[in-house]
Design a protein around this ligand. Sequence first.
Ligand SMILES: [Zn+2]
Length: 178
Amino acid sequence: MEAQQQSQQPHILQNSVVVFSKNYLPLARINIKRAVVLLVTGQAESLEFSSTKLWEVRSPNVVLQVSEHIRLTAGNPERHWKVPPVNRREVLKRDNHTCQYCGSTKRLTLDHVIPRSKGGQHCWDNVVTACEKCNSVKSDRLPHEVGMVLKTKPKAPIHLAVAFAEQFWSAQRLSESE
Ligand SMILES: [Zn+2]
């Protein structure tokens, strides 16, 4: 059945749908087949803005209108997330397992940008991934004192869904101003 659907409506099934949480936070982009499953099982409902596109997905018995935006009818996935602790595993993950001074991916350690001996805190905006070499060159000094520059300004990681939401709304604003 699925193969037949695909051959009849190849272009429709290539579309993707944005899923919103119950609280209208855009969470992720999913493919239309997954959206159909959420809609027919009652886990989501259509959400229609003035600009929302609708697609008709046909199976032998049913014609389903699938809108470009759907909203989950239960659960608040974003509510269960909190900022992870500042530890080696989480910091390396945030920094993509890359030394924030030279870009090396080997022999990684954690560095306090402002050294603890100078009052630097063990917090997300003061801890970065550094390779052993950079860490020992920098030692107990500030980056600028040894001519080192951070690749990115360290900050706490944000929930994937929140990151997606920010990206989604800024894309919406861009398309509205066109
Ligand atoms: Zn390095």
